[in-house]
Design a protein around this ligand. Structure first.
Ligand code: COA
Length: 381
């Protein structure tokens, strides 16, 4: 006997799945204004942990001991560099007028073609793929920026963290320890965020039992949009357009009156504030003062104030990260790729979780179109 058709839920129809719980997960959780990775608060991890340790935590579900962390760091270090063949091919991709996220999407996808374990569904092979992707994401972003500026590829240095090496490979000079530490904190803050748009995209692709590279390429594509990872770049462009503290309040009020969305504010889940924004606001204040351009933080505070008073909207992770990256001298269109340099760790955790209890994602559509039409020959239409 055929089983009865499953009940159809239409409560979130055309509302971006708002309120829909798509998957059970043990990777990260949002409870009111708190974000936890595997049960640890983001504040605790930002203050005490580092990106490599957080990556282990997200993948394995527990903190590493010293030997395990040292082993992971070594594996990442060993896989950070690109091969001469990869550099040669990537150098042929256009960069002029190309958004770095579009380039990164193609670059990550191309790496699969060199990886003879890319199609494996076995855990040890998949873990090695995860190491390679996590290790190389920053190298790719740095290569993009150098290639478009006509500069040579800078190979990573052994014995240094992913954060340190990213800044080194991007700029071609060693970052000071303080900047590398602050950048590492940014990576910790961006590493995962429950069932966000790009993690969901990764899981949807993984749910067809497609490979890790395909799932990560889907995630990069989703992250690229201005409503998701693309917002941090838009925030800095907005601050540049406003130009000075004097005009900030008026500019935002006008934007709101014109029903414009102000990038870096609002959130589908956090209604009482994004905890990452609080940590990033402190970093922004410190770093803009250190670079001698405190006006960027002051303008941000002014905008934050208007948004809270006039719209009851609070800043999200993208608002203060913009001025943090700006203070570090990172090109503005590289901010979204940085999100990927960190979020690759969370995407991989989600892909593994999806594989571990998979059922293909296949929602329904509510039919709104015409019915019963009959084909007619083209000369009769
Ligand atoms: N600026 C101005 N108004 C905003 C806003 C913003 N940044 N974010 C939300 N709103 C308003 C919407 O216009 C809408 O108002 P309305 O009900 O009068 O139409 C209301 O608040 C609800 O917003 P909505 O876009 O439906 O929320 P959402 O849950 O679908 O989207 C975001 C969440 C994050 C996509 C949305 O807040 C946004 O676009 N923010 C700017 C982009 C951004 O910073 N993205 C990074 C996310 S981490």
């Amino acid at each position: 006997m055929a089983s009865p058709a499953p009940e159809i839920y239409t409560g979130a129809l055309d509302k971006g799945l708002e309120g829909v719980v798509s998957s059970s997960t043990a990777i990260s959780s949002i409870v009111d204004a708190t974000l936890n990775y595997r049960g640890y608060t983001i504040e605790d991890l930002a203050a005490n942990s580092n990106f490599e340790e957080v990556t282990f935590l997200l993948w394995e579900g527990r903190m590493p001991n010293a030997t395990e962390l040292a082993a992971l760091k070594k594996e990442l270090e060993a896989n950070m560099a690109l091969t001469p063949e990869q550099i040669k091919l990537l150098a042929t991709l256009p960069t002029k007028g190309v958004h770095p996220m579009a380039w990164l999407r193609t670059a990550v996808s191309s790496l699969a073609l060199w990886d003879n374990e890319s199609q494996s569904m076995e855990a040890p092979e998949q873990r090695r793929v995860a190491i390679r992707l996590t290790a190389k994401m920053g190298t790719l972003v740095a290569l993009f920026d150098r290639t478009r500026a006509g500069k040579e590829y800078v190979a990573p240095k052994p014995g240094k963290s992913l954060a340190w090496n990213f800044l080194y490979m991007l700029k071609g000079e060693e970052p000071d320890a303080g900047m590398a530490k602050d950048f590492d904190t940014c990576l910790v803050l961006h590493a995962d965020h429950e069932l966000n748009c790009s993690a969901f995209a990764a899981r949807v692709t993984a749910s067809s039992l497609s490979d890790i590279y395909s799932a990560v390429t889907s995630a990069i594509s989703a992250l690229k949009g201005p409503l998701h990872g693309g917002a941090n770049e838009q925030v800095m462009l907005m601050l540049k357009e406003i130009g000075s503290l004097d005009g900030a309040r008026e500019w935002i009020k006008e934007a709101l009156a014109g029903k414009k969305k102000v990038m870096g504010f609002g959130h589908r889940v956090y209604k009482n504030g994004d905890p990452r924004a609080k940590v990033l606001a402190q970093l922004s204040e410190k770093l803009t003062a250190k670079m001698g351009e405190p006006q960027w933080f002051q303008m941000s505070k002014e905008i934050d104030d208007v948004m809270q008073k006039d719209k009851a909207l609070l800043p999200n992770v993208d608002f203060y990260s913009a001025t943090v990256y700006y203070s570090m001298g990172i090109p503005i269109d590289i901010y979204t790729p940085i999100f990927a340099v960190s979020r690759i760790s969370g995407w991989l955790a989600h892909i593994f979780e999806q594989y571990s209890k998979n059922r293909i994602f296949r929602p329904r559509g509510q039919w709104m179109g015409k019915e019963g039409l009959k084909w007619t020959p083209i000369d009769k239409r």
